[in-house]
Design a protein around this ligand. Structure first.
Ligand code: PLP
Ligand code: COI
Length: 362
């Protein structure tokens, strides 16, 4: 067991103000009263696990993360159940993915138990920030790790910091469960073979922003990336994985070949689909197949999924080469029912057959 030091915020947000924030949260704009910090040093390992008041972090201008982008993060949510208890979803999976990202980015691997403990410790002091279970409101938790050695030499940092902050959120896409439009990035790639695509590292997101901006200009809320080598195969969105539902009931999603994120929602959706008897194919999917499939009616539903976005129907793909699908498409039946099942498990109203839920606070 790690020794934790708890430093309570002497000036927490007043109750009325916090209640107003969690009543109408917007993604990632307000943060709870505390944060977690755990330090790693090459000769000492992980130490100084602390819960402290949320606030700016002191950093030397020479800190490695500011220069060479040695940074990784996670996204996980806390859900309030009807009886007031607070739960999270598959935290060990996020902990293991953070370790894989750390390995790829030459950062130290945080032990799984410290990751899980850090969520407990933060929620024990900030539990009041988890909204009531209505309208998809949750507390979005952002664990991250940065290279915090003050040194400009290009090598793996010998000091790192793991931190956790949390923000009450509503739906990532505002406007209810209505299909979103996706911009196809034809001129920029997110990740290449043997690159960092599978790691959840800030640089992948920075690499997506140019195309994302182009997407916004065309009324799209997300960007879809194709394989960097041939621009033929569908990979994923800037912050979500993709699924395609076929007329005969089978479902396909791009295989995990090292360039896309191993989404925990993706993995859960594959399991839920197989539980229902759907054949799920994890394989290469070409943009041509999707264009033809949507045009011919062979593909009946497309949805995106991720922690922030849950399960979101996709209506249309747009690009300078033309559009696929319809902006005003109705959300698909399977998309909606999967979304209800997954959120039901997370909010404790649907049986958790796979033991995915983990209680944080009674
Ligand atoms: N793909 C990318 C690039 C992401 O950022 C995310 C979000 O975390 C996902 C997929 C979905 O992953 P998860 O379901 O684990 O949140
Ligand atoms: C998440 O879903 O947790 C993500 O990290 C992606 C997001 C910030 C769009």
């Amino acid at each position: 067991m790690t020794q934790w030091t708890i430093k309570r915020n002497p000036n927490p947000t007043p109750d009325a103000e916090r209640e107003a924030i969690i009543e109408a949260p917007t993604f990632g704009t307000h943060f709870t009263d505390h944060m977690v910090t755990v330090v790693w040093e090459k000769d000492k390992g992980w130490h100084s696990a602390t819960v402290e008041p949320y606030g700016p972090i002191m950093m030397d201008p020479s800190a490695a993360v500011l220069h060479y982008g040695q940074e990784i993060f996670e996204g996980i949510k806390a859900y309030r159940h009807q009886d007031g208890s607070i739960w999270t979803f598959r935290p060990e999976a996020n902990a293991k993915r953070l370790q894989k990202s750390a390995h790829r980015m030459a950062l130290p691997e945080l032990p799984v138990e410290i990751f899980v403990e850090s969520l407990h410790k933060l929620l024990e002091v900030d539990g009041a920030w988890v909204p009531q279970p209505v309208n998809e409101k949750t507390l979005y938790i952002r664990p991250f790790e940065i290279a915090a050695e003050n040194f400009l030499g290009v090598r793996a940092a010998q000091r790192a910091e793991y931190r956790v902050i949390a923000s009450p959120v509503g739906p990532y896409f505002t406007g209810g469960i209505k299909p979103v439009s996706i911009w196809i990035a034809l001129d920029s790639a997110r990740a290449g073979k043997h690159g960092t695509g599978e790691a959840k590292t800030g640089g992948n997101y920075a690499a997506s922003l140019l195309a994302q901006g182009e997407g916004y200009e065309h009324g799209c809320s997300q960007v879809m990336f194709l394989d960097a080598e041939t621009a033929t195969y569908i990979e994923e969105l800037g912050g979500m994985n993709l699924f395609f539902v076929y007329k005969d009931g089978h479902v396909a999603t791009p295989s995990l070949d090292g360039t896309i994120l191993r989404g925990i929602t993706r993995d859960s959706v594959v399991t839920l689909l197989r539980d229902r008897g759907h054949r799920v194919e994890e394989r290469k999917i070409t943009l041509d197949e999707v264009r033809e499939g949507i045009n011919s009616g062979e593909i009946t539903e497309v949805f995106a999924c991720g922690t922030a976005a849950v399960i979101t129907p996709v209506g249309q793909f747009k690009s300078r080469e033309g559009n696929i699908g319809r902006e005003d498409a109705e959300p698909g039946e399977l998309t909606v029912s999967l979304r209800n099942e997954l959120t039901g498990i997370q909010y404790g109203t649907v049986e958790d057959r796979h033991g995915w839920m983990h209680k944080l606070v009674d």
